[in-house]
Design a protein around this ligand. Sequence first.
Ligand code: CAA
Length: 367
Amino acid sequence: MVKNMVRDLAHNEFAEKAGEVDQLGIFPWDNIKLMAEHGLLGINIPEKYSGAGSDTVSHVLAIEEVARVCASTSVVLTTQALVLAPLMIAGTEEQKQKYVTPMARGDVLGSFCLTEPGAGSDAGSIKTLAVRDGDNYVINGQKCFITNAGESEIYVVVAKTDKDKGHRGISLFVVEKGTPGLTFGKKEDKMGIRGSVTREVIFENCCVPKENLLGEENMGFRILMQTLDHTRTGVGAQALGIAQGALDAAVKYAGERVQFGNTLNSFQTIQVMLADMATQVEAARLLVHQAAYDLDEGKDITRISSMAKLCASDVAMQVTTDAVQVLGGYGYIKEYPVERMMRDAKITQIYEGTNQVQRLVIAKTLF
Ligand code: CAA
């Protein structure tokens, strides 16, 4: 039901605009409102906090169907999940009521502020500092590559609370838009997901009440790692959707395009490519669904969520590249969607942990 509902929504409302969203770099507020109305922004959040009360399997099905036609729009779903996860993992009841509820309803968006100019894969080396001052914390620092920055109302910020303690001196805070000292810097001009906003976030003596600390002081790195365990499967689902969208386009084109007197799908060279693409997509889908199911079952998901993200994003890159090849010259121009999909696929190998980081995480679980 979820898959069919989201497929209809994405097909009827998002597909036609996806090219324009990409080319003009339009932040897709219209699509976001529709997703909110359909309960997709909090699909896996309990009804108690105004979510749809469904599970992670439903969540990944929804992400896949949206990404299949418009990756930029699907980034809103994965980013919302990235902010909701630490709030659900470590938030107090009061914090959940205050921040999870409006986000799950889709009234507001959230942004996750981890990455800094000098701290990407090495998340423990962040420099942003939060200093306790009476009943407040004062935050100073600069974040970069922050998805939805400026558009979001709620910012989960990773900061050092003890700069001498490495990853054991990290804490998480909630900062609301409009807090004095929180400003937004330049917007990035990106290769893909061009309808998604990626921007710097700057904290200058940004003062938040101590109640905005998420979890215990200096315990933030563990919450951060648990968060990424929860959300990497969603990026896998996004990659899977992009790959499926490219496969759909390649199969359709191969059935229409005539060369040497026959449609492309009559040639074994093309059949072999399409068969390999379809097999890779299905393999990625099984891993993504297994990871989502394991999370719902309360199992340890560190390894399988990294595997799902790693596998699906590599598949997305390969399948979108092959789709461009099947379409030939037409695949390389913007009139057809596969060149956009190939550009969109690339980021899934990079964000929420590069695929090199995923391999490190997987390797650690083997020894
Ligand atoms: N669950 C709970 N705890 C964990 C954990 C997990 N999955 N993984 C590690 N930990 C704990 C360890 O037990 C250890 O605890 P102790 O304090 O007891 O020592 C601690 O965390 C440190 O672990 P490591 O020594 O393994 O940490 P590390 O510094 O070597 O880093 C890493 C590990 C996997 C490379 C990690 O830094 C990482 O995931 N980096 C990538 C960061 C990332 O994904 N960035 C993406 C930004 S978000 C984004 O892209 C958002 C967007 O808007 C698009």
